[in-house]
Design a protein around this ligand. Structure first.
Ligand SMILES: [Zn+2]
Length: 240
């Protein structure tokens, strides 16, 4: 049976300063609230990857949209969590294990923003939200040697599971950088899904270790947001 399931990709939820460059991935708290309300009005339930998995495999059918946040910014907790809570939505936040409580220092051209501490991640989980792994140090998996890739993919999972006492079944490739080895390693490590930065809604024949997403950026106005969810707009941006 055919379906199109959007997995929304967010990074930061915060207001930005006029002078700030390269902040297109920071969605304002007001826009985020309007987007989640629109999703709800369109009849979709926003869900974490664990809740989404049976829909991706075709076992369950309903209007659902995956909600994901990359990197683990503190502003996900302060600005996104209350909105998700209010609508009874869940979401997956991909944590960079060795950067908890630090900043997004893998890209110094971007404004440095605080990432959640362990305590704050506990708060995120205790509120019914989910965490996934985004490696140990935010490396380009498609460009590092095999041993490094395995270390980053496997040990980040084990580390998060030890610290938070929860299963970590979902993975996100940093910078969208992925190759066959990284996909196989993620599968062997026991993850159930892995998301990329490839653009599209998910179809009924998707590789669970190379899931495309629907990018939501600062300039995604309400009409465009609707188009990305309800039409083939994002699917046409797909490269592979
Ligand atoms: Zn990232």
């Amino acid at each position: 049976m055919k379906f199109n399931i959007p997995i929304l990709m967010y990074h930061q939820i915060r207001d930005i300063k006029e002078k700030e460059h390269l902040s297109s991935l920071a969605v304002s708290p007001g826009s985020f609230r309007r987007q989640m309300k629109m999703l709800n009005l369109m009849g979709y339930k926003g869900v974490s990857l664990t809740e989404l998995a049976p829909y991706l495999s075709g076992e369950k059918r309903k209007k659902v949209a995956g909600i994901t946040f990359d990197d683990g910014y503190l502003n996900n907790l302060t600005h996104a969590l209350p909105v998700l809570d209010q609508l009874d939505f869940t979401a997956t936040c991909y944590i960079v294990t060795e950067r908890m409580g630090k900043t997004n220092d893998w890209n110094l051209r971007l404004s440095q923003q605080p990432l959640m501490t362990k305590e704050q991640i506990h708060e995120w989980i205790n509120s019914g939200m989910e965490i996934g792994s985004h490696t140990l140090t935010h490396v380009k998996l498609g460009e590092v040697d095999a041993a490094t890739a395995e270390h980053e993919i496997v040990d980040s999972k084990n580390g998060l599971e030890d610290i938070f006492g929860t299963s970590v079944h979902h993975f996100c490739y940093p910078f969208g950088s992925v190759n066959d080895h990284a996909m196989k390693t993620a599968q062997k490590a026991g993850y159930i899904t892995a998301v990329t930065t490839e653009r599209s809604r998910c179809t009924d024949h998707e590789d669970l270790f190379r899931l495309p997403r629907v990018v939501v950026a600062r300039q995604t106005l309400p009409h465009l947001f609707w188009m990305k969810i309800a039409t083939g707009y994002e699917d046409k941006k797909r490269k592979r």
